[in-house]
Design a binder for this molecule. Structure first.
Ligand code: ATP
Length: 516
């Protein structure tokens, strides 16, 4: 299947089965804003819990907070967001479409890279085992020519970013003859800066009102509370503060479903350390976070690190963890060494001393920070897109049929257990409800009696329920039920008393956390 088609199918599926709806859909939606439905909210909560428990429960030196979305406006001057939280934007005059200039150039570079890779792939096929890739890359004229083109543009691009040179970004777009994907023309406006923060007014009387911002990242709520938490929790460095919550960015281009939204959720942890130890902790958290991702079993080869070309104004090292979505590798999480930029600036702007006193060394200092920052919605899409499978299966002796199944990690599935009486009569519903009443305290259960058992199985497959429990006439005699396994379609007959033990092992968050 073409990957773009797969992307569209997953979006359609997530709406049809109550995972994600466009916001205010009856008014034709609001661009890049989405609502989570009845199954989506469960999956999202489970991902959040997996992250929260891995941070706060498993690390005795990490505690959580929940700061407000609104913050004093000076916060955003201190953090650099008022002056530096900008994207370079460019408009095409024919299509009236707006783009990020940096992304247009990066897409162009990617295309050159793809051309080189194509040449290499062709040669591999042609020469087989005897192929010497390094030699080919350094001698093939077409590869050399494209590599030179790439390097030229790349060097100019990086230097333009570093110098914040908007004219040069514009010139690169002209020189490389980048066209608008919609109109196909090169009729561009100049490149301008665009601040991504949403503003609003505080107070009910507009004349007296102050402009405040919707937070563009959750991190600042942690920095301004550094002293509160450190003192009241008697925290000793190194220690971390974790938080999950909404963030808002007026993204210029927001066409990638929940990968780029204007209102989204972040899960961030700021880890406070001694200056000079940041590279050690940076490596530590890179490894820890990758392990967290891989423990979900989505496929180790689907992840890669990507070092930042241009460091943000606050960072001295930064990388992304990228995941391979149906539309290619994209960032899901960032790991940043933020130095003492934020705490230092809040000290300057607030006039309050923000220092940590090391009693052993008998000295005070402004801590350095390593941050891990993951988008909950991007993580949601990581799990969902990876789970979506269309396959042909054989239902109990019948001909092969196509099914759509979400092979979600059982620990994260919105419904863990579906309890299904074979028919609506002969006291089977009563027996099934008896089981439900026992299981619902420990598991997310769903009771369903409508339609044939086959149809109900398929509905459960489509929302990713790992186990269906079928109650039939034998159940009334011997207290046994059938467990039907989502991925293998295997059926197993077990006594009702054993259900908590069998299910518990497979769906508990504990199993997942123990892998970390
Ligand atoms: P990008 O380069 O994709 O714009 P970023 O580098 O600006 O992302 P960070 O500021 O590092 O992102 O934010 C941390 C995480 O928050 C990202 O890794 C991503 O998962 C998530 N995130 C950022 N912007 C959005 C958005 N507009 N919609 C959904 N998630 C987002």
């Amino acid at each position: 299947m073409v990957q773009e088609d797969l992307f569209k199918k997953i979006i359609a599926h997530s709406k049809e089965y109550g995972f994600i709806f466009p916001s205010s859909e009856i008014y034709d939606g609001l661009s890049a804003v989405y609502d989570y439905g009845q199954n989506g909210v469960e999956l999202k909560n489970n991902i959040r819990r997996y992250w929260w428990e891995s941070m706060v429960k498993l690390n005795e030196n990490i505690v959580g907070i929940d700061a407000a979305i609104f913050m004093h406006p000076r916060t955003w001057e201190a953090s650099g967001h008022v002056s530096a939280f900008n994207d370079p934007l460019i408009d095409n005059k024919d299509s009236k479409k707006r783009y990020r200039a940096d992304q247009l150039i990066e897409d162009h570079l990617q295309k050159i890279d793809d051309k080189i890779q194509k040449e290499v792939d062709k040669a591999v096929q042609k020469f087989g085992a005897s192929f010497d890739e390094t030699k080919f890359r350094t001698t093939n004229p077409r590869v050399i020519e494209n590599r030179q083109k790439y390097n030229e543009v790349h060097t100019r691009y990086i230097s333009a970013l570093e110098n914040d040179d908007l004219k040069e970004l514009y010139q690169i777009i002209l020189d490389t003859e980048i066209v608008c994907p919609v109109s196909g023309t090169r009729n561009w406006t100049e490149v301008r800066k665009f601040n991504l923060m949403f503003s609003t007014q505080l107070g009910s009387v507009s004349e007296e009102a102050n402009t405040i911002y919707l937070r563009p990242e959750t991190a600042q709520g942690i920095f301004v509370n550094f002293l509160n938490v450190q003192k009241t929790g008697r925290m000793k460095i190194p220690f971390g503060i974790a938080q999950t919550g909404k963030a808002f960015r007026n993204e210029i281009v927001a066409r990638q479903f929940i990968l780029r939204m204007r209102e989204f959720e972040q899960m961030e942890m700021q880890f406070f350390i001694k200056p000079g130890t940041e590279m050690e902790w940076y490596e530590y958290w890179k490894e820890k976070r990758m392990k967290w991702h891989k423990a979900l079993g989505l496929g180790d080869n689907k992840y890669r690190f990507h070092d930042h070309e241009k460091l943000a104004h606050y960072a001295n090292a930064a990388c992304d963890i990228e995941f391979e979505y149906p539309i290619g590798f994209k960032e899901v999480e960032g790991i940043h060494s933020r130095t003492n930029f934020d705490l230092g600036n809040h000290e300057k702007f607030s006039g309050k001393k923000i220092q940590y006193f090391d009693t052993e060394a008998n000295e005070g200092f402004t801590p350095y920070v390593i941050e891990t920052s993951i988008g909950l919605d991007r993580m949601f899409f990581t799990v969902l897109s990876n789970a979506y499978v269309e396959e042909k299966v054989e239902w109990e002796g019948s001909a092969k049929e196509e099914r759509v199944v979400l092979k979600l990690p059982p620990e994260l599935a919105p419904v863990q257990l579906a309890i299904l009486p074979l028919t609506k009569k002969d006291s089977l519903p009563e027996k099934a409800r008896e089981i439900l009443d026992r299981m619902k305290f420990d598991f997310n259960c769903q009771y369903e009696e409508k339609d044939s058992i086959g149809k109900r199985y398929r509905r459960q497959d489509a929302i990713g329920t790992p186990f269906c429990i079928t109650v039939d006439h034998d159940t009334l005699q011997d207290n046994t039920v059938t467990i039907r396994y989502r991925d293998t379609l295997r059926q197993e007959r077990v006594t009702i008393d054993r259900l908590p033990e069998i299910m518990g092992d497979k769906v508990s968050m504990k199993g997942l956390l123990k892998k970390l």
